[in-house]
Design a protein around this ligand. Structure first.
Ligand code: ARG
Length: 457
């Protein structure tokens, strides 16, 4: 008979058992479920709601189940529906009468909320650690390439010279923001919902703060309806995960482009590339492509839960059981993607000579030539037009701006002097951009130091 079978005169249809059971996926919560029950039983005993002896028996019974579950010795059952009832029936099977007192003053509604709050905290910590590993690799790599010049792009057209360090540090900023978002998701999960009961709390004098303390929560929820109906903490995680995947995906897209024969800016390590079944020459950046592809999957997980939640009246509704698969999938995908991406980035070879060559084509120093004229007293709008005319001239003559002779330059404007060549060398273009946030090596070094101190917090 079901744990709730008292008012039923018929067994559940086999189709229904199979359809509504969540044990196939919520067994992943066994650790949180059992730890939560240990804390609940301990508190019930301390409050005199159940006897000290019963509480002790329950706690040691649960510890035994936890150990067996960790050792993979437990067979979970579909007809016990979910992880909560599986643990409770197993406990009663093992310790008898006392096991039946565990659920005093509690509902599966606040129990599942407790379990997922606990699991979300662990997921946030795991994700934050992965992000920190990635950020460290970025900072170390950036520090090695403070002087590696490469073209910066807008509209996928060469724009102005930057450095590889500057480009990598752009991603470091994104991942630092992601880290803050996961910290916020952690704080949202770090509120203890047990004691919300089914929806309206309980008549027993539970010490909720004690349960929070036993389980390492910072505070308790303040409304029992919200305590069981809220899934914001999972949505916070999943929206952070979606944004983080978007960042990874942009980075992957650039790695894929840079790895092409046309760009030739990076070479992916053999260990992070794959071959073709027909074309013997192929070496494909599958890892980066797959991360880019999995981004859609995490967005889908977020959309699925947002959509599940949008029409739900208070408080708990069974629809909410759909939270777990989406959340677990998002967590697994983002953690794995971060892990693989970091390992891939560690082994990438940057073709610095090709990057520097890339920067010298495409008139990336045109703005600097205009800025030169401005320093000579020419209004910027005029300078912009003069340099535009020079670029058109160079295109017609198949030259770069640095190829032009001084008399040639002076035909376009008399303000050009012999120091112009130094002013528009790639090195000068980068080094003169030396305000905070700009690509000059000193400034990028400051941003690396700033990132290091933020990481240490
Ligand atoms: N398996 C359920 C879930 O994941 C647990 C809560 C069930 N509560 C209920 N009243 N049916 O949401």
């Amino acid at each position: 008979m079901k744990l709730w079978g008292g008012r039923f005169s018929k067994a559940t249809d086999g189709l229904v058992d199979d359809f509504h059971s969540s044990i196939s996926f919520d067994q992943r919560l066994y650790e949180q479920d059992i730890q939560g029950s240990i804390a609940h039983a301990t508190m019930l005993g301390e409050q005199g709601i159940i006897s000290k002896e019963d509480a002790d028996q329950i706690v040691s019974g649960l510890r035994g189940i936890l150990q067996d579950a960790r050792d993979g010795k437990i067979q979970w059952h579909v007809d016990a529906e979910d992880i909560h009832m599986n643990v409770e029936s197993l406990l009663t099977e093992r310790i008898g009468e006392a096991g039946k007192r565990l659920h005093t003053g509690r509902s599966r509604n606040d129990q599942v909320a407790l379990d997922t709050h606990m699991y979300a905290k662990v997921a946030c910590m795991d994700t934050i650690h992965m992000l920190e590993d990635l950020i460290e690799v970025l900072l170390d790599t950036a520090e090695k390439h403070l002087h590696t010049i490469m073209p910066g792009y807008t509209h996928m057209q060469k724009a102005q010279p930057i450095t590889l360090a500057h480009h990598l540090m752009a991603y470091a900023q994104m991942f630092l923001r992601d880290r803050e978002r996961f910290r916020h998701a952690y704080a949202a999960a770090d509120v203890m919902p047990l004691g919300s009961g089914a929806l309206a709390g309980t008549t027993f004098p539970l010490n909720r703060t004690r349960v929070a303390e036993l389980l390492g929560f910072s505070s308790i929820t303040m409304n029992s309806l919200d305590g069981v109906a809220d899934r914001d903490y999972l949505l916070d995680y999943m929206s952070s995960a979606s944004i983080c995947m978007m960042h990874l995906s942009r980075f992957c897209e650039e790695m894929i482009l840079w790895n092409t024969n046309e760009f030739h800016f990076v070479e992916m390590d053999d260990a992070f590339s794959t071959g073709s079944s027909i074309m013997p020459q192929k070496k494909n950046p599958d890892v980066a492509e797959l991360i880019r592809g999995k981004t859609g999957r995490v967005y889908g997980d977020l959309m699925a839960l947002l959509t599940t939640m949008k029409g739900l009246p208070l408080a708990y509704n069974k629809d909410m059981q759909e939270d777990k698969e989406a959340f677990f999938d998002a967590r697994d995908t983002v953690v794995k993607s971060l892990m693989v991406f970091t390992a891939m980035l560690r082994t990438v070879t940057f073709r610095t000579a090709d990057m520097e060559r890339g920067a010298s084509g495409g008139f990336t120093n045109a703005t600097d030539l205009a800025d030169y004229l401005v320093r000579q007293g020419v209004p910027f709008r005029d300078a912009h037009r003069v340099v535009g005319e020079l670029v058109a001239h160079c295109i017609a003559e198949n030259k770069t701006l640095l190829d032009l002779t001084l008399p040639e330059l002076q035909q376009f404007h008399p303000a050009f002097e012999s120091d112009v060549y130094e002013a528009i060398s790639m090195k000068a273009c980068v080094e003169r951009r030396n305000i905070p946030g700009a690509p000059a090596p000193d400034m990028v070094m400051q941003s690396i130091q700033d990132a290091r101190s933020r990481l240490a917090q």
